[in-house]
Design a protein around this ligand. Structure first.
Ligand SMILES: Cc1cc2nc3c(=O)[nH]c(=O)nc-3n(C[C@H](O)[C@H](O)[C@H](O)COP(=O)(O)OP(=O)(O)OC[C@H]3O[C@@H](n4cnc5c(N)ncnc54)[C@H](O)[C@@H]3O)c2cc1C
Length: 348
């Protein structure tokens, strides 16, 4: 039987990095990357920053180009959504009816933005991919006022970008302070003050009742007029494929410290998975961060072929084993990109 090799589902940061890491670590077999997006793998951090503010309109910051993919002897299947995994015959099923066989499978399906579930929630913009960024750019630039729901990284970054464009901006956060998940109060208060200084109207500890065509209605009855409403209320791990295949999930696809799922031939990496963190007493965590996605892609792919240290021992190791001159060598494009991981751990 021919060697089916390594199949990667998800052409984001973790998926792109996995191709490079596999070859750098001597993987000889075929590599196939399945991506539902039409674009080549690109970087997401600029989407809430340069993508909204810069002129001329920025192009995607590609992580790999066609020639790099060819030089790594990998196959990229684009615009193809994986809808199932048949673990019995070791094959990924695509929406268009094709099947792709694997020896080892890496699920790197990322996360999807959470939607507002209150009345009018569907009117709010969300931001995850280049198409969202392009759409938001066009509408934000023709808006005089913006209401941003959520005081996490994405909400704050979009608020800063909107102010840079000259919009009047109100940021609404239901929690008692911004950056509640994973950022200490001292740092959050500095970020809060910086946004106030930049002219953002910060409505913290304020609930939202509804999104309306001309703004938002707060829980206390006040109306905030806005030409555009943007929700940055977090992201949910994309676990549908894993769930369909009967793999365990716990705030993301359940992995061990080496990124193995409950199936020994299937691994997961990046925003879609949770893992026990050795520096936090084995507490299960999910991290939404650029650096985590690259580290985990390295570990998962190295585990496929050889032994490797768990995630918490490799912080700072960096992308040292790259063979090609790729964007993957560098830190996130934006100087303002937060370097800290975004912990999305479950309360114990
Ligand atoms: C606007 C924005 C700004 C950010 N800024 C920063 C920052 O400044 N610093 C930082 O550290 N992190 C930042 N992040 C987070 C960082 O981008 C993510 O942690 C990182 O992209 C995770 O990589 P990933 O490969 O796990 O997931 P993703 O990059 O989301 O890639 C997953 C891919 O899988 C595809 N996919 C999903 N399901 C399927 C399927 N069934 N079949 C085929 N393909 C599928 C998706 O379409 C997507 O292309 C930001 C994220 C966003 C959205």
């Amino acid at each position: 039987m021919p060697d089916a090799g390594m199949v990667i589902v998800g052409g984001g940061m973790a998926g792109a990095r996995a191709i490079v890491s596999l070859r750098a670590n001597g993987w000889q077999g075929p590599i196939t990357l399945i991506s539902e997006e039409t674009l080549l793998p690109y970087d997401r951090p600029p989407l809430s920053k340069a993508m909204l503010t810069d002129e001329p309109e920025p192009q995607p910051v590609y992580l790999l180009d066609e020639s790099m993919i060819a030089s790594l002897n990998a196959t990229l299947i684009r615009s193809a959504r994986a809808t199932g995994i048949d673990r019995r015959i070791k094959a990924v099923l695509l929406e268009d009816g094709r099947t792709v066989s694997y020896d080892k499978l890496l699920i790197a399906t990322g996360a999807k933005p959470r939607k507002l579930t209150l009345p009018g929630g569907e009117l709010a913009y969300t931001l995850r991919d280049f198409v969202d960024g392009d759409h938001l750019r066009k509408h934000l630039r023709s808006s005089a006022s913006a209401a941003i729901v959520g005081g996490g990284f994405i909400g704050l970054e979009v608020a800063a970008s909107a102010r840079q464009l000259g919009c009047s901006v109100t940021l609404i956060e239901a929690q008692p302070r911004i950056l509640m998940r994973g950022v200490p109060e001292e740092i959050a208060s500095v970020v809060h003050a910086r946004h106030v200084e930049a002219g953002v109207n910060m409505e913290v500890g304020t609930g939202l009742a509804a999104v309306e065509t001309d703004g938002v209605r707060l829980a206390d009855g006040r109306k905030i007029q806005a030409d555009i409403v943007i929700a940055g209320i977090g992201a949910a791990p994309e676990t549908a494929l894993a769930g369909q295949a009967g793999l365990a999930s716990d705030n993301g696809i359940t992995c061990d410290a080496m990124l193995r799922t409950s199936d020994p031939d299937i691994f997961a990496a990046g925003d879609c998975c949770s893992f026990p963190h050795g520096l936090y007493g084995g507490k299960r965590m999910r991290l939404e961060a650029w650096r985590n996605a690259t580290d985990q892609a390295n570990i998962a792919t190295e585990t496929c072929s050889a032994g490797r240290s768990p995630i918490w021992l490799c912080r700072g190791s960096g992308p040292t084993s790259m063979t090609s001159r790729s964007r993957l060598r560098e830190a996130p494009a934006m100087a303002s990109a937060p370097s800290a991981a975004r912990p999305v751990s479950r309360p114990s």
